[in-house]
Design a protein around this ligand. Sequence first.
Ligand SMILES: [Zn+2]
Length: 629
Amino acid sequence: MDSAQCSLFLITPQDTLSPVFPYIDMLRSVFKQVGVIQDDDLSLRRKYPNSTLFFLDLDLFDDDQASISSSGSTCTFTMDNRLTWAKRITQSLAHHPVIVCSSETNSSFMLDCLHAGAADYLLKPLYLPVIQTLFLKLHRRQETESAPAGPTPSSNQTTPLDLSTSSPANELHLDDDYVFLQHDDVHHRVKNFVSKDNQLTKAMMDIYAPPLPFPAKYIPLSSRQADELKQKLDSWDFSPFDYHQDELIHCVYLMFEMAMASPDLAHIIWSQDQWYDFIIDLANAYHDDNPYHNFAHAVDVMQCMYYLLCQLNCFPHKQKNKKRTAARLTGKQVFSILLSAIGHDAGHPGVNNMFLINSRTPLAVMYNDRSVLESLHSMTLFQLIKKHRLDQNWTPDDYQQFRQTIISSILATDMALNNDYVSKFRHATAATDDPMLLCSALIKCADISNVTRPFARGRQWALLLVEEFASQGDLEKELGMPVQPTNDRTKIVLEDFQISFIRFVALDLFNAVVTWLPELGFTVEQMKQNLQQWEFEKQQRTCQSLPTTTFANTTAGTKRRLSYCLEASTPPSLINGFPTSTTPAPTFSNCHFPDDSASKKSRFSPASSPTPTLSTASTASSTSSCVLQ
Ligand SMILES: [Zn+2]
């Protein structure tokens, strides 16, 4: 396209007599055809060839010609009237560029013209070289209109927006802005929002859950291995640390397979490949270098959820021979809550909400400081659900319920809201029929279920959680932020941390839930035993003047060795529960450093993650007598 193929029409206000266009010869020297039309319905509604530009001379309303007749009455055009006129013309000719020109040098006025929909503003006097470039506006308009729905062709889809800065590259391009305004068409505007929202969510995914250079891959599973894994999944002593990542991916698949066997979901058909692709993508959305909030934690929470659901008889098709009690959740709800469990921390950056809020991250601003991480996790999960078409095959109502269950469950894991939830659970009774509340209760319990697992399992998790907190504390110090009390590695004492958490948080939650759901009473029993064990260890340490378990920031190699030491110090009798009264309390005097090659199976195990270490700098004072509580 060039100017010689384009037409240009000058528009005159209604009833204007003999308008003068001193530049018309110059226009004719550039364009194939130059015409003059009246601003009236007949002219504006006519269909013009695509290669037509329109030209609006706003000086036709200068002071000398201020009074003109409009619709039979006389009115005076002011600066605002000129803008109103320009806007009306650009709206009427929405599919063509409208160029305005004027002698007005006020820059605000020039911008207002663009915002009113003008494709360009030319300051008089006009010059030939400028006129020769006007056809480019037409070219841009045609490109925009022929672009498919979705991101604009000019956007670089492989480069995420840098949300940490407000560089000009991230701002709405002026051209896009006025093109969109010129259309001023609701559908066009909404499509624009949708396509740009997609870019925003993609940018967030790229930042918080970027694709891995070496993503997890599918490794086939024999039926014997599947049976073994199923058996383990039915055990409360399950630990993700016992498995490689590919085995964990199979575990997730097997639990979903169990949920999908519900007659409730018979109409939903997703292929095995589709499932595995989704699970692998989800595993990759977790950051394995987080000591605690990684894929192993997600699998642990999902297995806990699966186990609790079994206790509540939510898999009637699986438990045919057991005494039947009414299932409290439908098959669809069971599936939704399992999906919530495995996705509830997707994209977790390894720092908590308070850190994101205090450092005023764009993420916290976006979610208004409310359940920032939980909102991110839910968004991330739904991006993957959409990507793998797991949002297909639902009826609109079912999909809405599926989505609401997942969102409400994941948001319930925000510990800042814990007390509110606990008081709701306290008011629930056997007659309470509130699936959303039940899902909230189950996922909250599953999320902090480490303290209800056999002691040795819970201890491994406690060490990793404390290390993640301490690591955040290091970062807070480095950034000059106030260090949150639970994050100061020189002050954290493992036993105190666990005792306080069980006494003041976990017991309240589990007691409320178990009163409502007595089938889950075994969790409180185990937690009470674990509390006794932590208190026992604290007493032992005090009696023997052993070093307090604080968390020195040492080199990775030392950390790894000391993690073995911590593990090795735990007597085998503790592996499956509370020790007998004759079992000596674990001490750190029998530490030994096994060879590095003797690694645990899982890459998530404490052996391969940054782990807490013992510091001898701080010791507890000795006491003359020691009485177990
Ligand atoms: Zn979690």
